[in-house]
Ligand binder design. Structure first.
Ligand code: ZN
Length: 498
């Protein structure tokens, strides 16, 4: 067997192990009885250990050495690139450092939970300092140019740098802060109370999420939807994609927008070329590009007038009493309410990215050594005031709200904003290339959009890097201008501002 065939065989088995690990994780969040937690942790860590051993084996090292010298076709070259990248990273980081990180973050999580509950940042600070120190050590062994934070960004968004992120984010901030201010000062305030203070039977809500997912073209023969406390999507392969959502009796928006969001992730996973199954090229290009797909369906489609032109009458039929007297126009404005708030996950599409920038700036300064952990709350509150005009009354509603740092994840947050920016740039391109796209959506026909995304983005799996994909599909690199233009057009009309 030649080196390429051997590499494919070995990596296929790694993917099998990871898929099994993913499925155990999905089960843990959906159906596992509570007493199963301890043995489940062992099962998952054994699978992780096995796949790590296979990835970092001498055989793998030798195969990569041979293949890096060979002339390969485009797809095989991408495959070797992806495997080599993971191999290099995992062989560079000493086992001791990995173990230390696992131990510290295992301890950090419950400390964060109680610090958040008690509003005591000082209780979380020592373990956070340790986590940052370990992250800084990791960046040193991985290696980087210019900023150590680049090594962390690259984990989630290949090739992205601090320099690019700073350029994108500073342009965006300059446009968003005045928009938020103008919206806040506008006397036109939509009434959104009815979304969350009436009773919307759960079974009917569930039924509606399925109707929408079917219209989007999510294939239930190759996937399913279940309930989870924190919605997520898990793709084992394009033939087995699990979505999750959560349903609240007095909230009509949570389940619906979770399903639209996760459905967007799910369509990506289902749309990958089956020829890439059981390879390192199966699945999405990066977290940012993956998030662009979920945001596109959640916001560009799910919060648009076109979508509700078709779906609002259906929604009203399911909930005649709570939606009695509410017009489509009122509903549309209510689901597009903009309101500066303390909690990122509850933020609207205008203010959301300012939450991200604030975290990005703090993370970057911590990793670069320009900010001390004890100073996080002060910087957080000062920037909240300057970006969103509000000051958190407590650290629980401020710098203690997100789980990411306790997990040791630094470099993850920016991908949320990249997803938002990419989503608009992709949607603009789709509007140019798909005949009367918005009219089709207004007739409930979502498949032309899904098919375009399949063909342009999903089918290609992980063959390209994020920037290559953006240039091929939209003709240019990521640009924040389209996102800002979209926001001004949409919210200018809703809030009567120019
Ligand atoms: Zn997402």
């Amino acid at each position: 067997m030649d080196a390429l065939a051997q590499l494919k065989e070995l990596t296929a088995e790694i993917i099998d192990l990871r898929a099994a690990q993913g499925l155990l994780g999905w089960d843990l969040e959906t159906y596992m009885p509570p007493e199963g937690a301890e043995t489940r942790a062992h099962q998952r860590s054994t699978l992780a250990k096995l796949s790590h051993q296979m990835l970092t084996s001498e055989t793998m090292g030798n195969l990569l050495k041979t293949l890096r010298k060979q002339k390969l076709d485009r797809i095989d070259q991408a495959l070797v690139r992806e495997v080599a990248k993971e191999y290099d990273r995992e062989t560079k980081i000493p086992v001791k450092l990995v173990q230390e990180m696992t131990e510290v973050t295992a301890k950090a999580h419950p400390i964060w939970v109680s610090a958040r509950k008690d509003n005591k940042f000082s209780n979380f600070a020592p373990v956070l300092e340790k986590i940052i120190d370990l992250n800084r050590q990791t960046t040193k062994v991985i290696g980087y140019q210019d900023s150590p934070y680049n090594a962390l960004l690259d984990l989630y968004e290949p090739t992205l740098t601090v320099k690019q992120t700073d350029t994108l984010f500073s342009a965006l901030k300059k446009d968003l802060v005045p928009l938020v201010k103008a919206i806040q000062e506008s006397p036109k305030k939509p009434d959104a109370g009815f979304l969350r203070n009436k009773t919307y039977p759960e079974d009917k809500q569930w039924e509606f999420t399925i109707t929408v997912l079917e219209a989007m073209g999510f294939d239930f023969a190759r996937g399913r939807q279940d309930k989870a406390a924190h919605p997520f999507t898990m793709g084992m392969s394009s033939r087995d994609v699990r979505l999750t959502t959560r349903v609240f009796k007095t909230d009509i928006v949570s389940a619906l927008f979770s399903s639209l969001h996760e459905g967007g992730h799910g369509l990506y996973e289902q749309g990958v070329d089956p020829a890439l199954a059981r390879t390192f090229l199966d699945g999405g290009v990066s977290l940012g590009i993956h998030e662009s797909q979920s945001r596109l369906w959640e916001n560009l489609v799910g919060r648009s007038k076109a979508f509700w032109t078709y779906f609002y009458p259906k929604l009203k039929k399911l909930f005649p009493k709570p939606l009695d007297g509410i017009t489509m126009q009122q509903f549309y404005k209510a689901i597009n309410t903009v309101e500066p708030s303390f909690i990122r996950v509850e933020a609207d599409e205008v203010t959301y990215n300012l939450h991200i920038m604030l975290r990005y700036e703090i993370e970057k300064a911590l990793i670069e050594g320009d900010l001390k952990v004890k100073d996080i709350p002060a910087v957080w509150n000062k920037n909240m005031k300057s970006y969103l005009g509000i000051t958190p009354p407590s650290d629980t509603l401020g710098c203690l709200q997100d789980v990411h740092w306790s997990h040791g994840s630094f470099g993850y947050f920016p991908t949320y904003t990249l997803g938002n920016l990419h989503s608009v740039q992709f949607f603009n391109t789709a509007k140019k290339q798909v005949k009367s796209l918005e009219d089709q959506i207004a007739k409930g026909k979502l498949l032309p959009l899904k098919n375009w995304l399949n063909q342009e983005i999903h089918h290609h799996g992980h063959v390209e890097l994020p920037d290559e994909l953006s240039r091929r599909v939209t003709g240019e690199p990521l640009n924040s201008r389209y996102f800002v233009e979209y926001l001004w057009a949409k919210y200018g009309e809703i809030y009567g501002i120019k």
